[in-house]
Design a binder for this molecule. Structure first.
Ligand code: ZN
Length: 174
């Protein structure tokens, strides 16, 4: 679905999204994530900062390797929690919160065992997005992984819902 038809269908059916992003912010962020895979040689990822509300709104990407320079060295994303000070500083200064996270996979958008065992933000209802194929294909809701953290290292895969909780573009009640 295009941005407008998806928005219209959601509004008519009352399927309010939980997380939204303007297309320009999303497209720039995703292009940068693809660039940071170094031509498909490693995963990359980012904290998604924005405003918590209903829905949560993504304002900017903060790339894992800008917070922890070694985060991408093993090929999969591993962040040293002791280096998160810079992230919290950005949040404080810009009055933003981590509203979701996103990372890139070589293949499909299912979670790996490591992804399931290591939630980036271990809060119930946190959404972890996964872009398949090193972010080289479509990276719109419907073609990407949308995984909801339930707590206690349990997750629910909501990627293939007709109305995933992540929505691109404008949204309002009609
Ligand atoms: Zn992963």
């Amino acid at each position: 679905m295009g941005y407008w038809s998806a928005t219209l269908a959601r509004s008519l059916l009352g399927r309010r999204p939980e997380l939204i992003c303007e297309p320009a912010i999303w497209e720039d962020g995703v292009a940068e994530l693809a660039r940071r895979t170094l031509g498909g040689h490693r995963e990359s990822g980012a904290f998604l900062l924005g405003e918590k509300g209903s829905p949560r709104r993504i304002h900017r990407f903060v790339y894992y390797d800008d917070i922890d320079p070694n985060a991408l060295d093993t090929g999969i994303v591993l962040i040293n929690g002791r280096l998160l000070g810079d992230l919290w500083k950005i949040c404080r200064e810009e009055k933003l919160e981590v509203v979701a996270d996103v990372h890139v996979h070589p293949g499909c958008y299912r979670q790996s065992a490591s992804d399931k065992a290591n939630p980036i933000i271990p809060e119930a209802d946190h959404l972890a997005l996964i872009l398949p194929n090193f972010a080289e294909g479509s990276n719109l809701p419907g073609a990407i992984g949308v995984h909801r953290y339930l707590g206690n290292r349990r997750w629910r895969d909501e990627s293939e819902r007709w109305f995933p909780p992540f929505h691109m573009g404008w949204y309002a009640w009609l």
